[in-house]
Design a protein around this ligand. Structure first.
Ligand code: FAD
Length: 377
């Protein structure tokens, strides 16, 4: 089997790696993390100009990629450089849902998303939903020819910067039913919509979102009424592959930094990398990393499968990435010693990012249970 990238994806990877290597240094990124916005509008625009957002959408959605391997190529590089800008939230999740389900009028925003002029966010998770995608208590009620939304959303990444939120709300059924869910495009600043923002551990910002008698027209509904669960699941699968690829890229950086450090730091008059105890640890780490890479490739290749096969492969990858990611982050810190705890040193952010990625859209344990469930269907 040929695991080489196509020439277009190779070009995308080279362009992105070169740009981020030159532009997205530890110092620049630390300044972005400490800024009020938690992201750089300038870097976002430059990356959009390079076609990075377009690579996350298919041609008929206004992009030039959008398949599993395009997404993996982009996110591995974003992970390698520890990028905190919310490409997952704007493009893969919220933008992806608009692309998959939106009417022609609703999809008009995608041109601006691809051009780097508009940002979006997906307001789905709630204070009691944890990783359960179908647990939605926010309600959508038809009223006077429009829709009234009421509820609370938790840890909505990029909510403050988004010009519109894609909000999941329940039109019928009980809080855990997959049936009865709808999506609505709600412009930022709509009366009744309030945000309480905060920075996240690994960079970027999120907000607690309250919807209190928020009124939107019928035309704000994305896709069929009460029947979007399978579309959500497909998008989240894609996002989990993106997160896995991002963690893989971050692990590559952790490995490279650690190898370099073992060759530089001296104890007892020689580099610590000459001590066999550390060589064994490094070898174990590299074997695990190669296995993680295989899992990401396998999951990306199963994105177009029927539900059960797709979800099984995605959960297998996210579970493995979570386990290997923690090992790589912890071992890299241990092999560095104290310097790895300093925010001025690249590894500190990269390690935080790896651990944080495990907690998005289902952690190691959640995906183990999901893998088992889909293996017995
Ligand atoms: C949060 C924090 C707080 C701290 N607070 C203090 C403090 O208050 N006071 C203070 O004095 N220090 C403090 N330290 C420093 C701490 O004591 C050192 O980080 C620690 O002793 C490790 O030393 P090092 O960072 O120089 O790592 P190194 O000695 O460079 O070790 C790096 C790696 O090489 C391995 N290694 C080294 N030698 C060998 C060998 N011969 N064979 C095999 N492996 C080897 C180590 O196990 C480690 O994995 C703190 C560190 C942290 C992270």
């Amino acid at each position: 089997m040929n695991f080489e990238l196509t020439s277009e994806r190779q070009m995308l990877q080279d362009t992105l790696r070169r740009y981020l290597g030159d532009r997205y240094t530890t110092e620049v990124r630390n300044r972005i993390i400490e800024s009020d916005a938690g992201m750089s509008a300038e870097i976002w625009r430059e990356l959009a100009d390079l076609g990075i957002v377009a690579a996350l959408f298919t041609e008929d959605q206004g992009g030039f990629g959008g398949l599993g391997f395009d997404i993996v190529t982009v996110f591995e590089e974003l992970g390698r450089a520890g990028v905190v800008e919310p490409f997952l939230d704007t493009a893969v999740l919220a933008g992806g849902l608009v692309a998959d389900l939106g009417s022609e009028a609703q999809r008009a925003v995608l041109e601006r998303v691809v051009g780097g002029e508009a940002q979006l966010a997906w307001a789905h998770g709630e204070p009691t939903s944890r990783y359960d995608l179908s647990h939605v208590e926010t309600t959508a009620r038809s009223l006077d020819g429009g829709i009234e939304l009421n509820g609370r959303k938790s840890v909505v990444v990029n909510a403050e910067a988004a010009e519109a939120l894609v909000v999941t709300a329940r039109e019928s059924g009980e809080p855990d039913d997959p049936e009865g869910l709808s999506l609505f495009l709600v412009p930022g600043g709509t009366p009744g919509l309030s945000l309480r923002g905060y920075p996240l551990m690994g960079g970027a910002r999120a907000a607690e979102v309250t919807l209190e008698t928020v009124h939107v027209p019928e035309a704000a509904r994305l896709g069929p009424a009460g029947d979007v669960y399978s579309a959500i699941e497909r998008r989240v699968a894609m996002a989990n592959v993106a997160l896995s690829a991002e963690a893989l890229g971050a692990m590559e950086t952790a490995k490279a930094l650690t190898v370099a450090y073992l060759g530089t730091r001296k104890q007892f008059g020689r580099p610590i990398g000459t001590f066999q105890a550390l060589q064994h640890r490094m070898a174990d780490l590299m074997i695990e990393l190669e296995q993680a890479r295989s899992a990401v490739i396998l999951a990306a290749g199963h994105m177009a499968d029927e539900r059960c096969s797709r979800e099984r492969h995605v959960s297998a990858a996210k579970n493995l990435i979570g386990r290997v990611g923690r090992l790589v982050a912890e071992e890299s810190i241990q092999m560095h010693g104290g310097i790895a705890m300093s925010q001025e040193y690249e590894l500190a952010h990269i390690a935080k990012r790896i651990v944080m990625l495990d907690h998005r859209l289902g952690d190691t344990d959640h995906h183990m249970e999901r893998f088992i469930a889909f293996s017995h269907v």
